[in-house]
Design a protein around this ligand. Structure first.
Ligand SMILES: C=CC1=C(C)c2cc3[nH]c(cc4nc(cc5[nH]c(cc1n2)c(C)c5CCC(=O)O)C(CCC(=O)O)=C4C)c(C)c3C=C
Ligand SMILES: [Fe+2]
Length: 427
């Protein structure tokens, strides 16, 4: 059985159409390679389950952007090691492509895998997910600004390939960034319905990178805090509020073209069909939040806690009405509320696709949970994030959160059979 997970992206998007290779026959042949087609191939002994869910690795766009948001995340940013060459990077991207494609099918990283190789050599695959299946695994590749700049950019011959929009994110008001958990030359966003599967993917892809790139920072996330299809329920973040209600959804074709996917005629050409990925590690002082009254919590968010409805009235999906005032003459959705300040009305109409996760990294010495939101957004131009984040300067939510990590990556478009992720960067 196979199912169409979401609307299939237009086959005329990006690099795919530019090279003019997609006639009607081509589209048909690529149907299952559009990056968002989900399948449950075969049936397991126990009648099947989430383990069999797969998303196509190849398609007009990389998987892991509009794909229905999975429950688990393992995100890793990498730096190239001292002396790594252009050839090393190309070889790494080719190996990562081959391994990631196999993993997303529920297979080990190579044909020999965990148990099929020589007895006297370490196995190619670490083996801890041998019996688990794909669990809807996606692997999304990104390139950081530092890959294109300075001595590294020159050594890799990539200085003139940097998209003008790919710069380190600026320092925002209230930022308390920690350098070791910010930025990076490369990134892999791995999402799956099973945490073991996500961690296994990062573990094995990192192992493949040995000698060329090493992890700079990484983040495990649980419990998606966004939806990308209306068929998914809206999840809640660690402040207990529904998060993702007004997200750009995978069937909003026009909005995706306008706000998420880099267009066909954009510069540089290798970014056609791609997007820009922002990560922000945001600590949430949940112990302080938990001492705030329900009324105040709702005013800070601008939505009610139970339904996620805007404080101006209606249900979860009713558009907020920022003109409504209460008996006291004050706006029902406060001027400094998160929803008012992040809304397109306050941001020149701009939107973004959010794909964030909750995290708890143990606790601090005061016995408080080191909890927060690993914010991930995808946008056609990083300026969308920059504008919205600047607008959040006046947000009352800032009293309860602290941005400690920040990164921007260029996510190249999807690939066809025989190609490898990032190939057109090196043309
Ligand atoms: C710069 C972008 C954003 C950051 C950083 C951010 C942090 C953040 N958000 C919440 C909780 C909620 N956010 C909600 C909506 C919302 N947030 C952003 C952007 C950022 N949030 C946008 C663009 C939107 C949508 C605005 C709109 O179009 O109406 C909501 C409401 C429900 C929803 O629509 O998702 C909640 C709740 C937290 C806790 C947080 C930092 C920890
Ligand atoms: Fe938000």
């Amino acid at each position: 059985m196979s199912q169409q997970g979401t609307g299939r992206p237009s086959p005329t998007i990006g690099r795919w159409s530019r090279r003019g290779v997609l006639g009607a026959a081509g589209v048909g042949a690529l149907g299952a390679g559009a990056g968002v087609v989900a399948g449950r191939a075969g049936a397991s002994a126990d009648g099947g389950g989430a383990g069999e869910l797969t998303y196509a690795f190849r398609g007009a766009h990389q998987a892991g952007v509009v794909t229905p948001v999975q429950e688990h995340l393992h995100f890793a940013a990498y730096d190239l090691v001292e002396g790594a060459t252009r050839e090393d990077l190309i070889a790494l991207l080719q190996e990562w492509t081959a391994a990631a494609e196999r993993l997303t099918r529920g297979q080990p990283v190579t044909e020999d895998g965990a148990v099929g190789g020589p007895l006297l050599a370490p196995p190619d695959d670490t083996g801890e997910t041998l019996d688990l299946g794909a669990h809807g695994l996606t692997v999304t590749f990104g390139f950081g600004p530092s890959l294109f700049t300075g001595e590294l950019g020159r050594r890799l011959g990539l200085t003139d390939r940097r998209p003008a929009a790919l710069n380190r994110l600026p320092l925002f008001a209230f930022d308390l960034l920690e350098e070791p958990i910010s930025d990076g030359d490369l990134c892999l966003q791995v999402c799956a319905e099973d945490p073991h599967v996500a961690v296994h993917a990062i573990r094995n892809l990192t192992r493949i990178a040995f000698g060329t790139a090493m992890i700079r920072w990484s983040q495990i996330g649980f419990g998606r805090t966004a939806a990308t299809t209306r068929s998914q329920s809206t999840p809640r973040n660690l402040f207990g509020f529904k998060d993702g209600t007004a997200n750009v959804m995978s069937d909003e074709t026009e909005a995706l073209e306008r706000w998420v996917w880099v267009p066909d005629d954009a510069e540089p050409a290798w970014m056609a069909g791609g997007t820009y990925l922002v990560t922000r590690k945001i600590m949430m002082t949940i112990e302080n939040w938990d001492r705030v009254s329900l009324d105040e919590q709702q005013k800070i968010m601008g939505r009610d806690k139970k339904e996620g409805a805007p404080l101006s009235g209606g249900g979860e999906f009713t558009e907020p009405d920022f003109t409504h005032v209460g008996a006291d003459g004050e706006p029902l959705i406060p001027l400094d509320s998160h929803v008012r300040l992040s809304h397109p009305d306050a941001n020149k109409g701009q939107r973004m696709l959010r794909r964030s996760y909750n995290f708890v990294d143990g606790n601090n010495p005061l016995g408080q949970l080191s909890a927060g939101l690993f914010f991930i957004s995808f946008q056609r131009d990083p300026q969308q994030f920059i504008d919205i984040q600047n607008s959040l300067k006046a947000d009352t939510l800032n009293e309860y959160i602290r941005h400690v990590g920040s990164a921007l990556f260029a996510v190249p478009g999807g690939i066809r059979p025989g190609e490898w992720v990032g190939q057109f960067l090196f043309d």
